[in-house]
Design a binder for this molecule. Structure first.
Ligand code: SF4
Length: 63
C-alpha cells in the first residue's frame, strides 16, 4: 500500500519522519516545539503552511 502524500511536510526542513509500530509514517513538526500554533503531528497532507522551509535551504535564523 502506498503511504498518503504528506504534502509540504515531506520536503520541509522542520519535519522528522516517524514510523509507527504498524509501519505507518508520520511527520513530526519540529516547529511545534517552539510555536504551539504548529501541531506536533500535522494532519496530512499539508498543502499550505506558514512555517514551511524547503529542506535544501538553510532554516531562517531564530531569535
Ligand atoms: S512547518 Fe509546516 S510544513 Fe514544516 S513540518 Fe511543520 S507543519 Fe509541516
Amino acid at each position: 500500500m502506498t503511504p498518503p502524500d504528506p504534502g509540504l511536510c515531506r520536503l520541509c526542513a522542520f519535519s522528522t519522519p516517524v514510523r509507527s509500530d504498524r509501519g505507518s509514517v508520520f511527520y513530526r513538526c519540529e516547529k511545534s516545539r517552539s510555536d504551539p500554533a504548529f501541531p506536533k503531528y500535522p494532519r496530512l497532507p499539508v498543502l499550505q503552511c506558514p512555517g514551511y522551509v524547503p529542506a535544501s535551504a538553510p532554516p531562517p535564523p531564530s531569535r
